[in-house]
Ligand binder design. Structure first.
Ligand SMILES: Nc1ncnc2c1ncn2[C@@H]1O[C@H](COP(=O)(O)OP(=O)(O)OP(=O)(O)O)[C@@H](O)[C@H]1O
Ligand SMILES: [Mg+2]
Length: 299
């Protein structure tokens, strides 16, 4: 039996996977999400979300996709691991994942592809042209918005960044043909700064900060409710919430991990809720085992 069922819950409340159903709209996440939606509607081109490890970037991107998916005017693709050896690999992946009928767009005279040619064999210049024609067709002829979301964007190579910069040049008088959302850890910022003309193209940028104490409390209670907790009283007592916030310094992933372990402690002790002592025991256990020192040294 799953541990959370023992507590009368029907889902795991503190899973560390970025499930949009458990997305709590903190001030930071709300600002980022609302602005991203506006930018995409206005087709402004490039948006960048920065955030330290575990601040909720991937969760935010899942929520964004959830908001856009049911709206027919958006054509979406999310790159989760943006490591591409060459520009050609990146373009091939876009052609495949946007399901571009590349043979329709192949050839400058629009004469179609020769029968023996397959997408991976197409040269870089032709791939660029195919992608550009696809964007033009979708945006201008069909009035769709093509959105490319890149998570872990700090891993993009210099060549891939350059390629994306070129794609941001595809535009009409009014708007950009490709909408690009980059989410990444803080080093993405210096990467963007290193490429001339990339930083100028950023239409919206935002850095996610850790949660405040109030938001930590609300997020914990919200996730318990989403998981099926129905009692009026809070399962995590106030002192416990304060200590969790302090120890996790407001970082959502660390909050999740502490809460998850606290729930297991509740089960083992057959308790009725999470109190400060339980949380303190978990933290002390980490100190004793050297885990906190390892974490601080970047392990
Ligand atoms: N707004 C939020 N509401 C609810 N849970 C959240 C929120 N933001 C983050 N979390 C939780 O914190 C965990 C870490 O979030 P996420 O994986 O999105 O962080 P990240 O910034 O992408 O981390 P990394 O830099 O390691 O990729 C997630 O599993 C999620 O459960
Ligand atoms: Mg992530």
């Amino acid at each position: 039996m799953s541990y959370y069922k023992i507590l009368g819950l029907h889902r795991e409340p503190f899973s560390t996977s970025p499930d949009p159903d458990f997305f709590y709209l903190s001030k930071e996440h709300d600002l980022a999400l609302t602005n991203l939606l506006i930018e995409l509607h206005l087709r402004r081109g490039l948006s960048v979300i920065l955030g330290d490890v575990g601040t909720g970037k991937t969760t935010l991107s899942r929520k964004l996709v959830q908001c856009l998916r049911h709206r027919g005017e958006f054509i979406l693709h999310v790159i989760l691991d943006p490591y591409f050896e060459t520009e050609q690999h990146l373009l091939n992946s876009l052609v495949r994942n946007f399901e571009i009928p590349w043979d329709q767009y192949y050839g400058t005279q629009n004469s179609g592809a020769p029968a023996q040619v397959t997408a991976p064999q197409i040269g870089l210049m032709d791939l660029k042209e195919i992608f550009q024609k696809f964007l033009y067709d979708q945006c201008i002829i069909k009035n769709k918005t093509v959105v490319l979301i890149v998570d872990e964007a700090q891993k993009l190579s210099q060549e891939s960044m350059e390629m994306l910069r070129v794609m941001l040049n595809y535009e009409t008088n009014e708007n950009k043909l490709l909408q690009l959302v980059l989410l990444g850890q803080l080093e993405l910022h210096s990467k963007i700064m290193r490429i001339s003309n990339f930083f100028d193209r950023v239409s919206f940028k935002y850095a996610l900060n850790p949660l405040s104490l109030d938001e930590t409390r609300h997020m914990i209670h919200f996730r318990m409710k989403q998981a099926g907790y129905e009692d009026d009283g809070d399962f995590f007592f106030e002192d416990a919430v304060r200590l969790i916030h302090e120890s996790a310094r407001g970082y959502p992933r660390k909050i999740m991990m502490l809460c998850h372990r606290a729930l297991k402690a509740v089960i083992m002790k057959d308790a009725t809720g999470v109190d400060e002592r339980m949380v303190r025991n978990i933290i002390e256990e980490d100190v004793r085992s050297g885990w906190l020192t390892l974490q601080k040294s970047g392990f």
